[in-house]
Design a protein around this ligand. Structure first.
Ligand code: ATP
Ligand code: MG
Ligand code: MG
Ligand code: MG
Length: 439
């Protein structure tokens, strides 16, 4: 992408409405534009990152054997009357009437609708286990939308629902979600710690939240410092193997890690003092096992192998897709701007032309751009007629992992400069070597 032909409305000034660094940088880097309180347009750079995050979520859901579908944003109120949540949900639910005076709502979550789909089409143990998920916009009329995409009113969520024949199978689905989420967050460069949580309006008695440690997080967290060293890494997990998956969950949930809602001071005090930590965290996901809460209320039953009919066992599992952009930036930035982890960066590399209009420099930049493209990498090429300082500032702000700087002086010696955004280290090398290094 040539920057001269792109739409990257970078702001020079710090927007006064942004209280935390991720919100500030998302506005300054031209990633989002607020349209109403907690409602945003995703400008091209922000949209690219959002799509990369979605892609990782899809890939990891596929690895766990979960099936994507898409449900609508608007839902009929009647479904929620069946579960009893139409009245319970309160003011966070945006209620709408259509032209025929029918009660509708903008979905804050989808337990009722997925249960309705299930009961219409599935009736036998033979079709189980089954996990369906979608990535769809949600609306919650939050009392205090703030911090940009962190607490929006309209936000993008991955929500998945498992259907199983019995409790053990449903707990396996729960564990499968935990492991797939661990891998999902690690691929985004995040350490997200599963913490025992209390169930909210969705209900249920077995639930973990995934928290990214950050001083600006809205949750108070208590944990054993050793949990931050746990890594799933590139383990080849067999998601059908119940023992293996349960073993990984045990590994990640045995050390103390809780939010304030479930914090137990007596247990916490048993951790060696030098490992006790109190801090703040951003909730980037949550998994729930709730059994037959919705299936019983809505009549979603399955026939078991012995011919009896039982309500299907369920759980629901969510990832805050749009909130993740904020969480990643909170976890990875410096005073010049964002530092994107490779897994989610909007472009893998930027090219800075120090002398736009100079035939040799322009040709070298074009060559680099094509060489990167041939290797499957789309560079963001700053081909504007701008001072070098302004170009560097833009690259630092938008945080691409690599910058290749091309100028006449280097080219005379056969070199370009490759700079790592994370370390700030610059090395001169041939253009070919720079391409190889970035790939
Ligand atoms: P919170 O405690 O932050 O209000 P929640 O517990 O109400 O979140 P869930 O119902 O667990 O949210 O939804 C799944 C995920 O969706 C959350 O873990 C979070 O990452 C994300 N999420 C929830 N509310 C918002 C919001 N208003 N804006 C952006 N993301 C959100
Ligand atoms: Mg909430
Ligand atoms: Mg919560
Ligand atoms: Mg939650």
């Amino acid at each position: 992408m040539r920057l001269s032909r792109y739409f990257l409305p970078v702001l020079k000034e710090n927007p006064s409405e942004a209280q935390i660094v991720s919100h500030r940088y998302m506005l300054r880097a031209g990633m989002i534009k607020q349209q109403a309180a907690g409602i945003y347009s995703w400008l091209p750079l922000g949209y690219r990152v959002l799509k990369r995050i979605e892609q990782i979520v899809h890939e990891e859901q596929a690895r766990a054997g979960h099936i994507p579908l898409l449900m609508p944003t608007l839902q009929p109120a009647d479904l929620w009357r069946e579960s009893g949540r139409y009245d319970d949900y309160g003011q966070e639910m945006l209620r709408i009437k259509d032209r025929h005076d029918r009660d509708m709502l903008f979905g804050p979550t989808n337990e009722e609708m997925i249960t309705d789909i299930f009961r219409a089409h599935v009736g036998s143990y033979k079709d189980l286990p089954m996990t369906l998920y979608h990535i769809q916009w949600k609306f919650r009329d939050e009392m205090r939308p703030r911090f940009g995409v962190m607490r929006g009113r309209e936000f993008l969520m991955k929500d998945g629902y498992n259907f199983d024949i019995d409790r053990d199978a449903a707990l396996h689905a729960y564990n499968r979600h935990m492991v797939s989420y661990l891998r999902t967050y690690e691929r985004m460069g995040l350490t997200a710690i599963p913490m025992r949580a209390a169930s909210g309006p969705i209900g249920g008695d077995n639930t973990h939240e995934f928290l990214v440690l950050a001083s600006t997080g809205e949750s108070e967290v208590f944990y054993d410092a050793a949990v931050t060293d746990l890594k799933l890494g590139a383990r080849d997990v067999d998601f059908d193997n119940r023992e293996e998956v349960a073993g990984i969950c045990k590994e990640f949930t045995t050390l103390y890690a809780r939010t304030d809602e479930t914090h137990d001071a007596a247990l916490f005090d048993q951790i060696p003092e030098n490992r006790r930590r109190v801090g703040r965290g951003i909730e980037v996901g949550q998994i729930f096992y709730f059994g037959t809460k919705y299936s019983e209320a809505m009549g979603a039953t399955v026939v078991t192998p012995d011919g009896s009919k039982v309500p299907v066992e369920m759980g629901s599992h969510g990832i805050g897709v749009s909130r993740l952009l904020g969480a990643i930036i909170e976890a990875s930035h410096d005073d010049k701007g964002i530092i994107w982890p490779e897994g989610v960066t909007p472009f893998p590399v930027g090219i800075v032309n120090l002398k736009q209009g100079d035939t040799g420099t322009d040709a070298a930049c074009d060559g680099l751009y094509k060489a990167l493209k041939a290797k499957g990498l789309e560079a963001l090429y700053d081909d504007r007629e701008e001072r070098a300082g302004a170009k560097f500032a833009t690259m630092d702000l938008i945080g691409l992992p690599w910058r290749i700087t091309v100028g006449p002086r280097g080219l005379a010696n056969g070199v370009v400069e490759l700079t790592s955004r994370r370390t700030g280290e610059s090395v001169e090398m041939s253009a070919e070597a720079a391409v190889d290094r970035v790939v």
